[in-house]
Design a protein around this ligand. Structure first.
Ligand SMILES: *[C@@H]1O[C@H](CO)[C@@H](O)[C@H](O)[C@H]1NC(C)=O
Ligand SMILES: *[C@@H]1O[C@H](CO)[C@@H](O)[C@H](O)[C@H]1NC(C)=O
Ligand SMILES: *[C@@H]1O[C@H](CO)[C@@H](O)[C@H](O)[C@H]1NC(C)=O
Ligand SMILES: *[C@@H]1O[C@H](CO)[C@@H](O)[C@H](O)[C@H]1NC(C)=O
Length: 480
């Protein structure tokens, strides 16, 4: 293996952070190999200043966005941790990793697929994992996929001691915390689509509310408290990102390091009467996604000047800066693998054949490199391709046609129905079809229910018009 000249640092932030780094590098030469710092936030929906949220204080992530290409329409392939992480870290859809729950390791259960960090490691990088990158447990062989993905053993301490840190709630006085604009279960929603948020119900304070199962609702003042806590977590997380990027500055690495920030999936905070993840709606599948590429998405840092100065969310609010560039293209988290490889100058893995269980290295996602091309100063900063041709796929399994105790997180053997969902710039369309977990086979002639929401007339997905559209023209080809 060539001597390590580059390094790759993977950072999992469970709405909290830790960090590690390497020594200073020669700054600024465009032909120098680039380091990669990937920040994966757990459960973070795009409730951030840079995504237009006026309440949230996220100055450090907003600053990163102002030097980045920001994706307005990025979607996870399944709205739950382990399946999403294994999917984007291997660059394969859940139907290829065969992980829809938490209970198997893809290398023995599906195929010996390469991961993003493994690919970088095999190309001369030193790769390091801090915090939650792979989901812990059997889905990463109780080792965060060590040794295959990492040059040094992953650093994955418990973050539970930070659980009750409350000072960030002061940023969000309860009277300023709004409720979800659409707390009703959508009209025409098929029962199979609803996730009954059972893990929330297991909390003592929620049990004391005597909520009815499966719909609740949670009393408004308690909803406000949940939202306040989530927003406080976002601001706390933002300070950790700020400290990390400020350290990158101090080490003079901002000119030689690609920084990407994303999340494993979104999170419902009362929208549709739902909480947590576990569904196919935008609110749980849509994720923040941004890439800072030195000299490409922003001019190279000037030596001696702070490029990512730490910003305190408690300081008085200033204007949220514009993203460096942004795009409305529909993209999938699957694109991380080819895009990071391409941005770092590595060969982009070939497209996967179907099926690809036998192939260790290939990618199912689109390479987004073209969107980083510099179109010159005159052109508007909003990057354009042909958004109408693009789709993002997500899926969610259910154990039954109506909500029950394990609807949020069915084990593989209990899966009876799979909801396949496509999001285009114009609509979200989902079909719930029979699924055989022994054969991993979806039966598209066994349709249990459907959902269709139009973006222009129903951006929050509150009115399912699938049944109105039966017999009309529906989106044609469904599988990727
Ligand atoms: C899986 O891939 C890893 C990394 O390339 C390799 O070390 C290992 O031998 C492979 N395992 C099998 C069973 O092929
Ligand atoms: C999973 O971990 C166990 C225990 O460390 C090890 O013996 C086994 O080889 C690992 N599986 C793979 C596929 O590497
Ligand atoms: C809460 O809302 C009030 C009224 O809009 C505003 O003046 C105040 O700054 C807000 N507080 C915080 C901490 O954002
Ligand atoms: C919940 O039910 C218990 C037992 O029936 C009762 O004592 C308690 O007051 C109820 N709590 C609320 C918030 O309604």
């Amino acid at each position: 293996m060539p001597p390590p000249s580059r390094s790759l640092l993977w950072l999992g932030l469970v709405l909290g952070a830790v960090c590690a780094s390497r020594g200073p590098a020669a700054p600024g030469n465009a032909t120098d190999p680039l380091n990669v710092l990937l920040i994966i936030v757990d459960d973070l929906r795009p409730s951030l200043g840079c995504y237009g949220n006026k309440l949230i204080r996220s100055p450090n992530i907003d600053q990163l966005a102002s030097r980045s290409l920001l994706f307005q329409n990025a979607f996870a392939q399944q709205a739950v941790c382990a399946p999403s992480r294994v999917s984007f870290l291997t660059g394969r859809r859940p139907d290829t990793t065969r992980l829809y729950d938490f209970n198997s390791y893809w290398r023995v259960h599906a195929g010996n697929f390469s991961t993003i960090p493994q690919y970088f490691k095999e190309n001369g990088y030193v790769t390091m994992s801090v915090g939650k990158v792979f989901h812990p447990g059997i889905s990463s062989n109780h080792s965060d996929d060590s040794p295959y993905s990492w040059s040094v053993p992953p650093y994955h301490p418990s973050s539970e001691k930070y659980e009750n840190t409350k000072e960030f709630q002061k940023l969000y006085p309860l009277e300023n915390v709004s409720l979800a604009p659409d707390p009703q279960v959508p009209t025409g929603l098929p029962l199979v689509a609803y996730n009954p948020w059972m893990d929330l119900r297991q909390r003592e304070d929620i049990q004391a509310l005597n909520l009815s199962v499966p719909y609740g609702p949670i009393p408004a003042d308690f909803q406000r408290k949940i939202r306040q806590s989530y927003f406080a977590c976002v601001s706390y997380l933002d300070t950790q990102v700020g400290r990390l990027l400020s350290a990158l500055d101090d080490l003079q690495l901002a000119s030689s390091t690609i920084v990407a920030l994303t999340s494993d999936h979104g999170w419902a905070l009362g929208e549709h009467g739902e909480w947590a993840k576990y569904s196919n709606f935008d609110v749980t599948t849509r994720v923040p996604l941004m890439f800072y590429v030195p000299g490409r998405t922003a001019p190279l840092p000037v030596e001696g000047e702070k490029f990512f100065p730490y910003l305190d969310p408690f300081d008085s609010v200033s204007e949220v800066p514009e993203p460096g560039r942004q795009t409305g293209d529909l993209v999938e988290l699957l694109s991380l693998f080819p895009t990071l490889a391409g941005l770092a100058g590595l060969r982009v893995p070939p497209r996967c054949p179907i099926p690809s269980f036998h192939m260790e290295l290939c990618r199912e996602g689109r390479n987004l490199l073209k969107l980083f091309e510099d179109h010159g100063e005159e052109e508007e900063p909003h990057v354009r391709s042909n958004p109408r041709e693009l789709v993002a796929y997500s899926q969610y399994p259910r154990p039954a046609d109506s909500p029950q105790w394990n609807s949020d997180k069915p084990s593989l053997e209990d899966i009876k129905v799979m909801g396949y969902s496509i999001r285009t710039v114009d609509y979200r369309y989902t079909v719930w079809v029979g699924f055989n977990p022994q054969e991993f086979l979806a039966n598209f002639s066994d349709i249990h229910a459907g959902e269709l929401y139009f973006v222009a007339s129903d951006p929050l997905q509150d009115h399912n018009v699938y049944n109105d559209s039966q017999g009309g023209t529906l989106p044609q080809s469904f599988m990727p």
